[in-house]
Design a protein around this ligand. Sequence first.
Ligand SMILES: Nc1nc2c(ncn2[C@@H]2O[C@H](COP(=O)(O)OP(=O)(O)OP(=O)(O)O)[C@@H](O)[C@H]2O)c(=O)[nH]1
Ligand SMILES: [Mg+2]
Ligand SMILES: [Zn+2]
Length: 305
Amino acid sequence: MQPNVFRSGEQPLRGLVVCRAGAKIEVWVPDRERTFDGLLRGKLELQSASIYAGDWVRGNLVSDTELAIEAVEDRKNLLPKPRVANVDKLVVVMSWREPEFSSFTLDALLALAEYFGLPATVVLTKTDLVRKRQQPKFDAWVKLYSGLGYHLICTSTETGAGLDELRTALRGNVVVLAGPSGVGKSSLLNAVIPGASLRVGEVSDKTGRGRHTTTEVRLLPNPNGGWIADTPGFQRVELSQLVGIRELPRLYREFTQVQCQFNDCSHTQEPGCGVRAALESRKIARERYTSYLFWRGRITSAFSK
Ligand SMILES: Nc1nc2c(ncn2[C@@H]2O[C@H](COP(=O)(O)OP(=O)(O)OP(=O)(O)O)[C@@H](O)[C@H]2O)c(=O)[nH]1
Ligand SMILES: [Mg+2]
Ligand SMILES: [Zn+2]
């Protein structure tokens, strides 16, 4: 039998929203060491769209299973896609194949981390699928991103490679896994969190893309402390919805290390541009500069629409 946790006339309880999907809000209440269904009342009901996984709420128990939410605490940040509040660290997950590795997508997610001032770890998954002749190319990417100062982990849930290192990297308060659909985010969490049993999907043979197996953000308790958010993958990122053209250069961290003639340099054709000089002298990687131009173009065309 369930213990009776509902006692009326008590002080409000504090809880963490561990899942938000449509009308469903799941709240973990540390004082009771279990989750409750969050109910929205009055004014909050009207603002219901603005409660997310990662939010801390206050409320009163109204039954053995329900917590009436009275207030949402101020949040320190809110990631746009995936929607998660109070994030401390971003783990960017990309597969080598199935779906194909995309440095443009990786750069956009790293830019997102820079934008929010979050530490980022890069996880390159499915290393068991690296073919022998692709190995030099794979190694070059690893070198590039490690060289930028990002912690990079190569994993395979098939061989078990990198999983111990990942366990360590997942330590933190609220750590979010983000990356395209099908790269293996849920598979990784199943491998490193005992009893996670998250649904894992297939990758389409035709497109090599994932099929959006995970449909909601869910915070899972990390056995080492804190919370880890599994999130739904996406088919494409739209950096332009978040970042303005003047902000973009500082989101490529190596660009901020070089001096430019102008404060507001676009790093495209200004004479004496330090970024372009660094590109020529190979201090800045051609791949990163190309991706900068790509995202810059996306932002420009989004604004001119
Ligand atoms: N070969 C290989 N396949 C893997 C690996 N990790 C995951 N997969 C497969 O990749 C497919 C997608 O894995 P998921 O964990 O569902 O991917 P996801 O990133 O959670 O996808 P969404 O929930 O759609 O965002 C599954 O068929 C997994 O078995 C790996 O290291 N190697
Ligand atoms: Mg998933
Ligand atoms: Zn410049």
